[in-house]
Design a protein around this ligand. Structure first.
Ligand code: NAD
Length: 294
């Protein structure tokens, strides 16, 4: 059966590396990075996510710059808060927790986040930089997947990679990150014909469709590496988009749910915040990601 990719352990390692980086920045006269999580309203799931991000931020030695706005806040007030954080040198990264209440225009709010503080990698500017293979802040979940693949030395150059899902948050940036590493990338989505046949080509299969158990062993090439981004509450636990037990009989490596991709998202948020802070303080340490190779 497949080796389990331990996202919990790898995420801990990334977080320790970030904490060391923060300590080094401070020890050499820099300012501790500040992360502004912005929560609008009081959706219980979003509150949990934001609380976890704030805890992780503090644990890494960063400054928690959390802001909370009431759910009925008007667009101008929300925009003014983002502008204020954008101008604040103590704020290295701004994360607008999604979803925002329906009466707000989220695209307009996101657009006010300066690209160099966009630690979620969701602005049009950073998506464009990624699409062009230029350095920038990358979305956390797909970056977390890349870190898992790298920790396990999964060969990417020339490999067949299939991404299931084309969302702005996961699927599209995932495909671009794999392209950046010279994989041959195919993106599948809700209108793909014969999904299993396309997936069976993959040496590396990344599934982010949001459908529990969508991928079974018939869709997996023997010895493939399978990354399951999906998260679904089921009964008393969590499950993903992949039928993990059955696919583990075919694949060579697989991420469990929970304990696979999930813990990596916060770890990469911290890594992005440190990167942003270093750059803002003139400590650029070479390009993160990015390739101009054709
Ligand atoms: P989304 O709903 O925005 O996008 C889903 C994508 O899957 C779409 O592009 C759609 O075309 C495609 N799709 C839907 N049905 C399909 C089918 N039958 N065959 C092929 N493709 C199909 O979702 P998202 O935001 O990309 O998230 C995907 C999943 O990942 C969700 O379960 C979400 O909860 C999870 N997620 C996890 C993390 C994490 O930290 N682990 C982060 C973000 C999202």
């Amino acid at each position: 059966p497949a080796e389990l990719i331990n996202g919990t352990a790898i995420a801990r390692q990334v977080r320790e590396d970030v904490a060391r980086g923060v300590a080094e920045l401070v020890a050499t006269g820099g300012a501790a990075p500040g992360l502004a999580t912005v929560l609008i309203g009081d959706d219980p799931a979003s509150e949990v996510y934001v609380r976890n991000k704030r805890r992780a931020c503090t644990a890494a030695g960063m400054i928690d710059q959390h802001r909370h706005l009431p759910g009925d806040v008007d667009q101008a007030t929300a925009a003014a808060l983002i502008d204020q954080l954008a101008a604040d040198p103590a704020v290295s990264g701004i994360l607008l927790q999604l979803p925002t209440p329906a009466h707000l225009d989220v695209e307009v709010l996101l657009a006010r986040i300066p690209a160099d503080k966009d630690v979620d990698g969701l602005t049009v500017a950073n998506a464009g930089l990624l699409a062009q293979g230029r350095p920038g802040l990358r979305p956390c979940t797909p970056s977390g997947v890349m870190a898992l693949l790298d920790q396990h030395d999964v060969p990417l150059q020339g490999a067949e990679a299939v991404v299931v899902g084309r969302s702005v948050l996961v699927g599209k940036p995932m495909a671009h990150l794999l392209l950046e590493r010279h994989a041959t990338v195919t993106t599948c989505h809700s209108r793909t014909r014969d999904l299993a046949e396309v997936c069976r080509r993959a040496d590396v299969l990344v599934v982010a469709a949001g459908i529990p158990g969508l991928i079974g062993p018939e869709a997996v090439k023997p010895a493939a590496t399978v990354i399951d981004v999906g998260i679904h509450r089921s009964g008393n636990g969590l499950r993903g988009d992949v039928d993990t037990a059955a696919v583990a009989e075919v694949a060579s490596r697989i991420t469990p749910v929970p304990g696979g991709v999930g813990p990596m998202t916060i770890a990469l948020l911290l890594a992005n915040t440190l990167t942003a802070a270093r750059r803002q303080q003139g400590r650029a340490d070479g390009p993160i990601n990015g390739t101009t190779a054709s």
